[in-house]
Design a protein. Structure first.
Length: 134
């Protein structure tokens, strides 16, 4: 467990350095970490995980976060998020819906859809992301 914890901390630090150290980083990196799917889910996706959704949001500068528990394979995050590069808009409401598409001992697939209605044309699009661990 100790080596898994150290490896997990190393991955978290590398993740933060890669994705938050610059204004923009592509989100298509991959990494290898020797933990079970259960440990992965409990660390990153459980509402009380050590580096869960709320901790990730805090690093991103989210405010007024409200995170629902997982219910029937879905979890919702409501927050006020910072906006960069958009005139007259420095923050917006954001609603993220996370959906477990697959979760077993071999892999976890989670999809997220985000809606930011206060940015220009925010009513006309949504952002989708997918996470696959195997």
């Amino acid at each position: 467990t100790g080596s898994s914890d150290r490896a997990l901390t190393k991955i978290q630090n590398e993740y933060i350095k890669r994705h938050y150290g610059a204004e923009w980083q592509p989100m298509h990196d991959s990494c290898t970490i020797n933990i079970s799917q259960r440990q992965y889910f409990d660390t990153f996706w459980a509402p009380d995980g050590r580096y869960g959704v709320k901790e990730h949001g805090a690093v991103q500068g989210y405010k007024d976060m409200v995170l629902s528990p997982w219910e029937q394979g879905k979890m919702t995050l409501e927050a006020v998020v910072p906006v960069k590069g958009v005139p007259f808009c420095d923050e917006t409401r954001c609603s993220k819906i996370f959906t477990i598409k697959q979760k077993n001992d071999k892999q976890t697939v989670i999809e997220m859809e985000a809606h930011t209605p206060d940015v220009p044309y925010g009513q006309t699009f949504r952002v989708r992301e997918s996470w696959l661990t195997a």
